[in-house]
Write a new protein. Structure first.
Length: 82
C-alpha cells in the first residue's frame, strides 16, 4: 500500500496534466502517453510499480493512452463537422 509521501506526490503530479485538446496543434503520442502515465500514477498511488505490478500498471497506461487518443480524434472530427 502506498505511504502518505507517495499519495502527496501523486496529488502534485496530477495538477501538471495539461489540456491536450488544442485547435492549433494536435497532441503528440508522447504527450498523450505522459498524461496517461500521470493519471495511472495518481490512480494507483505509485510513482513506479513493483515488478509484480508492472504488467498491470503498463497495461493501464497503454489502455488510457489509446482511449485518450480516440477521444481527442473524436472531438476533433466533431469540431471539423461543425
Amino acid at each position: 500500500m502506498p505511504d502518505s509521501d507517495d499519495q502527496e506526490a501523486a496529488t502534485i503530479m496530477c495538477r501538471s496534466i495539461k489540456t491536450l485538446r488544442r485547435s492549433d496543434d494536435p497532441a503528440s503520442d508522447d504527450e498523450i502517453h505522459a498524461a496517461a502515465l500521470q493519471f495511472v500514477r495518481k490512480l494507483s498511488g505509485y510513482r513506479q510499480p513493483s515488478q509484480r505490478n508492472a504488467g498491470a500498471f503498463d497495461a493501464a497506461v497503454d489502455e488510457i493512452s489509446g482511449a485518450s487518443r480516440r477521444l481527442l480524434e473524436g472531438l476533433e472530427q466533431a469540431r471539423a463537422k461543425q
